[in-house]
Design a protein around this ligand. Sequence first.
Ligand code: SF4
Length: 347
Amino acid sequence: MKHPIASTLIAWYSEHGRQLPWRQTRDAYCIWLSEVILQQTRVEQGLAYYLRFTERFPRIELLAAASEDEVLKLWQGLGYYSRARNLHAAARQVVAEFGGKFPADHDAIRSLRGVGDYTAAAIASLAYDLPHAVVDGNVYRVLSRLFDLDIPIDTTEGKRTYATLAQELLDKQHAATYNQAIMDFGATCCTPQNPHCDSCPLRDICQALTVGTVAVRPVKQGRTKIRDRYFHYLHLQANGQTLLHRREGGDIWQGLYEFPLIETSEVTDFATLIQSDPFRTWLGEQSFTLRETRPMALHQLSHQRLHTTFYRIEVEQLPAIDGTTCIREEELDDYAVARLTEKYLER
Ligand code: SF4
């Protein structure tokens, strides 16, 4: 039997649901693309990327056949680049393991690279109407308020409690519509700040509204420690050419390009930097002219705060630095770079 909360949410959705391109399709590939793009991204920003990806790669084989550089370039500006790499790897996996046809079974979908519980449930339900409840940030918020739950959402027990409750509420005959309804309701009505409780169709049964805890739901256990890092980029220039380095694994921005980087453990000025080992090794005895020092605004990632300065330095001859590529300055636009470098280059 359909839960009364599910009936109310579906009725609300039929009147207030947003019209978005990935809602007009049952194509699992397009739904998957939209889900990966929209993780930690606002719909307004994600929409442009979704359109760009579906236009360039209308079928999954085309995404699989693309180079990683091209995928990262198309992704540039969205952040969380591991998602783009996983997207690319999963497309290749679909071609290699499923003959290029997006799997229609929940466990097979869950086996794809980068696909977690949320994304698997979203694709299985939205594309194939399979009875899997989604639990994303919106769902956590809505359920925590409706049932006034104080169990932290970032604990194993909390996740299990919410997953069970979400599955109980799911309208199993209309999984796609129900899941879209509860996520949209959280995004536009039961919002993090200033939820629209006055016009909410569930206000009469909302326990957090009754006891006055709306503003403190959901509960999170603790914050992740933020690490400060100090980046010094050397934009070396000689005869219209410069050096770029491709970041490798084990750190942020894997696969993206950047100028040669010196990272220090604390605030460091240029006079100290030029005495440091990588700088002296790279530049050797050759003379140089510092043309510009550009400190950037603090760049915040999920667990890191980057304090960054770009130094534009003219040299007679570009040094040979391991792992770098010599390119012409006007080719800089052809390389996928992190947002931080993009901001510097936009000057
Ligand atoms: S009454 Fe307010 S807090 Fe409760 S579900 Fe509705 S919008 Fe959310």
